[in-house]
Design a protein around this ligand. Structure first.
Ligand code: NDP
Length: 455
């Protein structure tokens, strides 16, 4: 159970429990109720000091964490977040989500999450390297390829994974797949960088196909995306490839809107500049010729895109938690949005989810992050499989496996939602919120019964 000072974790817990309670699951199988108090307490939380040297030779200190939440299905697995907002409430919510998300991939992975309240913005490359080494000096003793395999998240990309992997290898004299998101020439998987963004889009492909009986696809749709990091970039590139118009992207300072569509060249320029922590405002100003003329974008400071993007068919929140409010959800529905799928974890507030779910009768369909964005960790799971076998699969092979995982995830959520829906719900599109939570929960709960964690 959550503690009063853990609002994000409480929110994630409430989402799961109310989705389960608002279905027929506990009526049909009351024994599953016993799992909730056990599964909602992490197996272990590790908290450590990260003291490191900045470029002035001064010591700086940060709080590092690893939440090893649940290992019923496999080694703990989940990303590391480096962001000043990191605290135990946020990491417990992310780790809790991760348990059920990983179950939805169909692969053998438990759930965990970690990170640090270190702010990488404005730091030099040397400072980031020294910080990563100091962080891994503490984390190394708690992870292992069959114990706990972290990956990236906000503020942790391939550069940070590289520094941490190198530090681990030197300290332990052991080359093994203890992190995913590694470089391609040293154990990384093709398609891992693309996987979360592509996976969200594959999931929504199935939503559109199912809702329209195969009559519609991404072709001709207008898609609002928030964020401009890893997930947002690849989601945007994939929907453009599938014939949609991307009308927005954003960052922590503001958003860009384009009625004619953000172009792949603009996305690539943003990706290159984001490594150097540039803001969208700076990027659009510094590359003015790329963002003007027939490809003009409008920059709006201090806002999220949802109430500024005009008519849209699809919304993909892909920045951070609670980035769609109830009012913004209403605005999206009024703007014609039919499909909402979270690239970010817990992208929607409870009020926003209530709005989307209440509009299922009007064919608005919402997919929570634990289902829609499971493609990233799925390909991390495939990276672990390749490391264990000492092989590298071709990009097409990984992409095909990713597609199958996302399609199967959708089918399972859809079928489970329909199976456990109360009668009053039957005439609407099945709730993917319930489908995702129930499907993930049953898989983890069954394993916990089998392993004697609940009885
Ligand atoms: P990145 O660090 O690459 O990008 C994060 C983006 O979100 C940036 O545009 C950043 O803006 C913006 N952002 C971060 N914090 C805030 C905030 N408080 N308010 C507004 N905007 C914010 O992260 P990812 O793309 O990897 O992750 C995005 C989301 O997707 C997260 O919720 C993450 O947990 C989730 N996710 C990521 C996966 C992955 O494989 N990477 C897998 C599954 C989920 P700025 O540039 O200004 O910092």
């Amino acid at each position: 159970m959550a503690l009063p000072h853990e609002p994000e974790f409480q929110q994630a817990y409430n989402e799961l429990v109310s989705a389960l309670e608002d279905s027929t699951l506990f009526t049909e199988k009351p024994e599953y109720k016993k799992v909730i108090p056990v599964v909602s307490v992490p197996e272990r939380i590790i908290q450590f000091r990260v003291a490191w040297e900045n470029d002035n030779g001064d010591v700086e200190v940060n709080n590092g964490y690893r939440v090893q939440f649940n290992s019923a299905l496999g080694p703990f697995k989940g990303g590391l977040r480096f962001h000043p907002s990191v605290n135990l409430s946020i990491l417990k919510f992310l780790g809790f989500e991760q348990i059920f998300k990983n179950a939805l991939t169909g692969l053998s992975m438990g759930g965990g999450k970690g990170g640090c309240d270190f702010n990488p913005k404005g730091r030099t490359d040397s400072e980031i390297r020294r910080f990563c080494v100091a962080f891994m000096r503490q984390l190394a003793r708690y992870i292992g390829s069959d114990t706990d395999v972290p990956a990236g998240d906000i503020g942790v990309g391939s550069r940070e994974v590289g520094y941490m992997f190198g530090a681990y290898k030197q300290m332990q004299n052991n080359w093994s797949g203890i992190l995913t998101g590694k470089g391609l020439s040293w154990g990384g998987s093709l398609i891992r960088p693309e996987a979360t963004g592509y996976g969200v889009v594959y999931f929504v492909e199935k939503m559109i196909e199912k809702a329209t009986g195969g009559k519609e696809s991404f072709k001709g749709k207008r898609v609002a995306i928030s964020g401009s990091g890893n997930v947002a970039q690849y989601a945007a590139l994939k929907v453009i490839e599938l014939g949609s118009t991307v009308v927005s992207l954003s960052d922590s300072k503001g958003c860009i809107i384009s009625q004619t569509g953000i172009t792949p060249d603009q996305i690539k320029a943003i990706a290159a500049a984001k490594i150097h922590f540039k803001t969208l405002e700076e990027i659009t100003k510094e590359s003015a010729s790329l963002f003007s003329g027939s490809n003009e974008v409008q920059y709006i400071a201090g806002v999220r895109p949802w109430t500024h993007c005009g008519q849209v068919d699809v919304a993909l929140p892909s920045a951070t938690q609670n980035e769609v409010s109830g009012e913004e959800a209403k605005a999206l529905v009024e703007a014609g949005c039919k499909y909402v799928a979270e690239g970010s974890n817990m992208g929607s507030t409870k009020e926003a989810i209530d709005v989307f779910e209440a509009n299922r009768s009007k064919a608005v369909w919402y997919a929570p992050g634990k289902a829609a964005n499971c493609g990233g960790v799925a390909v991390s799971g495939l990276e672990m499989a390749q490391n264990s076998q000492r092989v590298t699969w071709a990009a097409e092979e990984v992409d095909e496996k990713l597609k199958n995982i996302m399609y199967t995830c959708f089918d399972n959520c859809y079928a489970t939602a329909a199976k456990y829906s109360a009668e009053k719900d039957a005439e609407n599109l099945p709730s993917l919120l319930k489908g995702a939570n129930i499907t993930g929960f049953i898989k983890v709960a069954d394993a916990m019964f089998d392993q004697g964690e609940v009885f």
